[in-house]
Design a binder for this molecule. Sequence first.
Ligand code: NAD
Length: 257
Amino acid sequence: MGIIERMRLDGKVSFITGGARGIGKAIATAIAEAGSDVAIIDLDMEEAEKTAKEIEMLGVKAIAIQADVTKEEEVDHMMQIILDTFGKLDVAFCNAGICMNIPADEMTYEQWKKVIDINLNGIFLSSQAAAKVMLKQKKGSIINTASMSGHIVNVPQPQCSYNASKAGVIMLTKSMAVEFAKKGVRVNSISPGYIGTELTLQSPTLKPLIEQWNEMAPLGRMGRPDELQAIAVYLAGDTSDFTTGSDFVIDGAFTCF
Ligand code: NAD
């Protein structure tokens, strides 16, 4: 069988948090195109249902589940719905995240905690829930969305909580990868650079900075969500069986200098 056929995900079951829109939706679409059934997890149920319907048009089964990734009972409930519906879980994309651009000396403790709660604690809860199922199956692939901001302090916007949360995701990923390596469960992260999504294009604080980022970017532009699709399919599937504990920076060389 050739490499493209071996990269297909037919028969697999995947979930993606924050899958209703943006990067999560692009990844959900890609893995569905590759043959995986998909559970779209999001706070925004209306958008999640819309996305699930679009994905079903690709010929796989897709469901939408409303869950807040910061709430343990909601993450457990979401996992139970996935098991009741599909009977297993092969791939988990823990992707939901937010950003706040507030100077460190002005940020309230509540604001700090909100970012850490969604971006780091939420990734922990959803990847842990996936791991519990996958460890029993002795097989599975977990992919966490980090960011280039887990590697650099990107300027000019002040983002200490975001940067810290994403650095935490990268280290959480590596820690879980080592713990689960001999148990059949792989854990990797993707660190995108600036990608045009609602998070960046609609944010009143980030929108005015786009021209500046484009000037700073070696490629002279932001990335598109579809430019993260191939790495997602690769990490979800069995051709990446030797890949665990890795972080994939996809940033058009933004972090290179
Ligand atoms: P987005 O805002 O377009 O989409 C995020 C989705 O997550 C939304 O549908 C939202 O409803 C959902 N969500 C938010 N909080 C949630 C919660 N508590 N529980 C469940 N769902 C929740 O964002 P995006 O740009 O697609 O970003 C997706 C991920 O990629 C985030 O982790 C983000 O930090 C990361 N990232 C984005 C960029 C970028 O430039 N867009 C760059 C690097 C990393």
